[in-house]
Design a protein around this ligand. Structure first.
Ligand SMILES: Cc1cc2nc3c(=O)[nH]c(=O)nc-3n(C[C@H](O)[C@H](O)[C@H](O)COP(=O)(O)O)c2cc1C
Length: 181
């Protein structure tokens, strides 16, 4: 990957290694924030991820990308099932908590076991109970494919937590009144 920003008018001049350019440009793609949970050796385990997206309807598949450096993902790999909790706008502190090192990430949080046993975080916008079906190494991360077994949304919570340019935002209002994508 080359650092070609000097040649393009209108783009910020970025000095430093290409990793900074990568983070800067990819950070302009807004995402939600998901917390992936499971039960390992009887205890709840989880971590925050924004590399979550839909993949396939038939069968129903999603993906997310754990870092090879993650110490939590190797634990979650041992969970028989996982839950992907889609965070709501009021859960910025939950996102931060699930990225903390050497902390009880579930401290002070309410959760209930889903049908597959994995923790459903209270006040999340939605949840997907899944089983991991494949994992492919991809550079310093891996791509994990998970099949959805149960899913739902909380009808009384509507705003997502949004991550954009390294900061948290509330879900944005629609541009118009139609439901068309
Ligand atoms: C908004 C946000 C998005 C994140 N996205 C990812 C991600 O996609 N993949 C990943 O491995 N870690 C991601 N992290 C970092 C993890 O939550 C966690 O900090 C990291 O895994 C280090 O902790 P661990 O060693 O316990 O895994 C994200 C953190 C935040 C706050």
């Amino acid at each position: 990957m080359s650092n070609a920003t000097e040649d393009l008018p209108g783009l910020p001049q970025l000095s430093g290694p290409d990793a900074d350019v990568y983070r800067h440009v990819l950070g302009h793609y807004p995402t939600g924030v998901a917390v992936i949970t499971g039960i390992v050796d009887g205890a709840p385990v989880g971590l925050a991820m924004n590399s979550f997206t839909s993949v396939s309807m038939h069968p129903p598949l999603v993906l997310f990308c754990p870092a090879r450096s993650s110490t939590t993902w190797p634990l979650l790999q041992r969970a028989p099932a996982i839950c992907i909790n889609v965070l709501s706008a009021g859960q910025e502190s939950v996102s931060r908590q699930f990225a903390l090192k050497d902390a009880d990430r579930f401290a002070g949080l309410e959760w209930t076991p889903g049908r597959n046993g994995a923790p459903l975080l209270s006040d999340a916008l939605g949840w997907l109970e899944c089983v991991v079906t494949a994992e492919q190494p991809a550079g310093d991360h891996s791509v994990v494919i998970a099949e959805i077994e149960q899913l739902g949304v909380h009808a009384d919570i509507s705003e997502p937590l949004v991550f954009f340019r390294g900061r948290y935002h509330r879900g944005l209002p629609p541009l118009d009144d139609t439901d068309r994508p």
